[in-house]
Design a protein around this ligand. Sequence first.
Ligand code: ADP
Ligand code: MG
Length: 739
Amino acid sequence: MTSPLRQTRFKIGGMDCASCAAKIDTAVRRLDGIADVSVSVTGASMTVSHGGPLNDDRVLRQVARLGYGIVKAEAGIDGPAATAHDHADHDHEGHDHRGGRQIAKGAAGSSHPHSHVEPGQPWWRTRRAALTLACAAAVLAAYGIGHLLPSAERWVFMAALLVGLVPIARRALMAALAGTPFSIEMLMTIAAAGAVMINATEEAAAVVVLFLIGELLEGVAARRARASIQGLADLVPKTALVERGGSTVEVPAEQLGVGDVIVVRPGDRIPADGEIVEGSSDIDEAPVTGESTPKRKGVADTVFAGTINSDGVLKVRVTAAASDNTIARVVRLVEEAQEAKAPTERFIDRFSRTYTPGVLAVGALVAVLPPLVAGGDWNEWIYKGLAILLIGCPCALVISTPAAIAAGLATGARRGLLMKGGAVLEGFRRITAVAFDKTGTLTAGKPVVTDIVAYGRDERGVLALAAALEQGSSHPLAVAILDRAKAAKAPVPPALAARAISGKGVEGSVGGVAAFLGSGPAAGERVAMTEAQRLAIDSLNGQGKTVSVLVADGVVAGLIAMRDEPRPDAAAGIAALKAEGIRAVMLTGDNRRTAQAIAASLGIEARAELLPQDKQRIVGELQSEGLKVAKVGDGINDAPALAAADIGIAMGGGTDVALETADAAILHGRVRDVASMVRLSRAVMANIGQNITVALGLKAVFLVTTISGITGLWPAILADTGATVLVTANAMRLLRWRG
Ligand code: ADP
Ligand code: MG
């Protein structure tokens, strides 16, 4: 998985349509030393993979020449929250990023509509809007003048047409020089020029105006998808009240550091991820998790940046800097995910690459064949051929998939369902089996010590020895034992050569005594157990408790039983999967009886006493039964199984989720979110199906009406811009998806 390639990210302005992305992709890929390029229209970004050091200037110039604004992206999140974040750890290669938004001056000058990155500009203030308005006004004026002075009509329309067409033609030329001869701009330019030649100037002008309006509307839609994810970043307040030396001062939220203690008043949004150190309150998490009922939180509970403190005054210790809080990581992840293409998207890209030249050929045949072969009228058939060129614009088709995927990824992220790219989102639809880890996934992962049984020493002695072994471990059971030791004020001696044995337990040497703490079977490999001990373990297991056996000096020294309650929605989440026809299996390293006790209460089949490699093997077995398997786990000791599954899902309950390691992540610890991901995937793929049908269907209809002479040039362009608008509007419906 690791590659020696380095990646550099850029922000790009003025990309509205997926064909823009394709043009930039082609142009940048041609540069030396570039291994891969991925461009996201909705993310307004591009990632370039390169072997050696990257010559930024060449990339900047190449993209600017096509008429787009481009700046090198900072490694942090984009948007207002990021402009002042800590820059110390990013590589700057000599660039001044203080402005954060420098605009590369395009070599092609500034007369085209694409030349600025336009952050936060409302769409009607953009250069593109100005150009569209100017062109529309010129065409309207031409109608007026044409009425008064019929002899001048042709020339005033020509002038109006040029206002819009010159910038389009220039973009067509630049794209052709950069390797994309069959661009939408090229089709437009040929069609408009051809129409002028056959004396259809008035219509050509109308076509150019409609084309510009269509592009403008697409831009508006692309901005909405972008705003939906950027809106998350805006949920974090810009300032925070920090406690410093007994008094509170207001500071910008970006300057908060880990360990700062902030005061959050009732009604305020919480400005950072943190842990409550004083006070308790109902926290409204709806904006961040989609969970509509507020949660009561008190000391030691975690809170997320962007959630609302409704009634009490809270003191919160900050646990993540602004650039690294949950929201910032989610925004960054979604932006990157939007660049990763889905298989359907790749297919459509390939298809449109042959589709456009194909339509050009059909247009040419329609223009020349009937007049040559059947003595048709040249003007009439050239007119039809030109209309077919306009039908050839693949914009609606090319945007059909990425628009829906981008909206789906953004919607998911807003509810805490993170998916790393279109391929993962698309893959969820095909999942037929879900394997769950038990501890921390189906259970809350916060086991509590319930019973301590001591043999030959007292309970505190057992606890002290166990805690000594667990000191370095982050396993949920270790945390439970350390908590109990602390509560019981048991003295915890240091352990020597302590090490964790994945799926079995921990061992080490404490005060010169070799000790082990872990599962029954693992303890059984080390020492012989008495019948009474075995019965004691069995009866605790039967109550759904996990038992870890303490071995010291070659004998069983004690038993520690812990109970980890299932997550409140675990049973409902599994039922939801079954309702979708998906098989659910629980995989656990815990013993059979405990597993059965918990599985029975959840209605899931269970496989128990598994080592990490067994979990991986079982995932493989399910796959060889022809199932598409998703594996849900906390990643602590099930990483091999997560990697082996078709989709690996990390599940957590806070800022500590291993977002970066799995294919997908469930941020808020809800088991039913697995089924939600599947449903979201199905909704997105259905949406894509509708989009492709509309895009191709409208074209098919207009192809027929054009050839039979019912419709002409401007309905032909409407078929593309209209379809594009319909397709994007349809995709944007996914932003309101509720599951
Ligand atoms: P799960 O599959 O539920 O995540 P693990 O594979 O992590 O469980 O562990 C399997 C069993 O090994 C546990 O039920 C426990 O008995 C024992 N074990 C593993 N790690 C530890 C530890 N750090 N302390 C005590 N017992 C442990
Ligand atoms: Mg585990």
